[in-house]
Design a protein around this ligand. Structure first.
Ligand SMILES: *Cc1c(COP(=O)(O)O)cnc(C)c1O
Length: 342
């Protein structure tokens, strides 16, 4: 039985063509600034996001945390949605690396309002200094929710009016762009810093970028070194990311279509609750009758790997990606029906 892995879009393996691009990459010592492939990638990402400069980093977590270090000082507060990656999935880095605390805002699938930002900003001296508002697009725990551009703009304006810097965790920003039919720069160019991942839906084996003004990225280079993220012949990774930007952005629409097909199919299965209208990108969040861990185990026994998600005790997350075909989705639906019946 073929295992179909829908746990995350991070499980993809580099395609043969991507491996060739990696094998043929022109490289040099990037700490000496001599890796031409890393340079090309950084220029391309900055251009795509409508910001001045970019820096290649090993992970999205490091990209986000460099941004925190750029914008915040000890004791500062970061406004971020309560379910955001920087609060939930970065091993306490806000506090552990920078002495910064989160001010969690309660969003609707990750999306909050300008009024919430204004209300959360501290102006009194006994509170922490509010320094930064951080947004996540698409929102991971929000089930791949796209930030509507006008709402995003309004939140950025509210943050700026209060003197806050703005960071975007755009680990899946290209999914948002393809789903909304607008360029990634529409959101990113409104921010001070944006982080993007090449290792999610884009299918590269590793790598992320932090993007911003030339001055901020010069300082980001120092923080990357301090965090141990500066690498040598890093063009072997940058080549995979460049290949992904060239060949794997538009095709994200296929992942989104398969996610919708999966949700529509699951909605027909007795005992499964899912709202196909909530599927905007490559994630499906479905509630099964059994508790989460049991559903995950039962599906794994059928050769279908899914993730537990924090959004509800019965919800599981199914993510489509480069290594999942339409036939795989139909097979998943068949096995789900069988698994629940049997
Ligand atoms: C995956 C992800 C990241 C970065 O994760 P790494 O595994 O460190 O690359 C950041 N933000 C969001 C929303 C993510 O989903």
């Amino acid at each position: 039985m073929k295992t179909i892995d829908l746990r995350s879009d991070t499980v993809t393996k580099p395609t043969p063509a991507m491996r060739r691009a990696i094998a043929e990459a022109d490289v040099g010592d990037d700490i000496y600034g001599e890796d031409p492939t890393a340079r090309r990638l950084e220029e391309r990402v900055a251009e795509l996001l409508g910001l001045e400069a970019a820096l290649f980093v090993p992970t999205g977590t490091q990209a986000n945390q460099i941004a925190m270090g750029l914008h915040c000082r000890l004791g500062d507060e970061v406004l971020a949605e309560g379910g955001s990656h920087i609060i939930h999935y970065e091993s306490g880095a806000l506090a552990g690396l920078w002495g910064v605390q989160p001010a969690p805002l309660e969003g609707e699938r990750g999306v909050f309002s300008p009024e919430q930002v204004t209300a959360a900003v501290r102006t009194d001296f006994i509170g922490p200094r509010s320094r930064l508002v951080s947004l996540e697009n698409t929102h991971n725990r929000g089930g791949g929710k796209v930030w509507p551009l006008e709402r995003f703009r309004a939140v950025v304006e509210a943050g700026r009016a209060a003197g806050l810097a703005v960071h975007l965790d755009g680990a899946r920003l290209f999914n948002a762009a393809v789903a909304a039919g607008v360029p990634a720069s529409a959101w990113a160019s409104l921010t001070d810093t944006t982080a993007v991942c090449f290792s999610k839906g884009l299918g590269a084996p590793a790598g992320s970028a932090i993007v911003g003004s030339r001055a901020l990225i010069a300082e980001a280079r120092r923080l990357r070194k301090r965090l141990g993220g500066a690498m040598r012949q890093v063009g072997v990774l940058a080549a995979g990311a460049l290949y992904a930007l060239e060949h794997h952005v538009e095709r994200l629409a296929e992942d989104h279509a398969l996610a919708r097909r999966l949700a529509a199919g699951l909605a027909e299965v007795p005992g499964v609750t899912v709202d196909p209208r909530q599927v905007e990108t490559n994630m499906v969040v479905a509630e099964f009758a059994a508790p989460q861990a049991e559903s995950v185990a039962r599906l794994a026994a059928q050769g279908v790997l899914v993730g537990a998600t924090g959004s509800s005790p019965r919800a599981v997350r199914l993510v489509t990606h480069l290594d999942v075909s339409a036939a795989d989705i139909d097979e998943v639906l068949r096995r789900v029906r069988q698994g629940l019946a049997g």
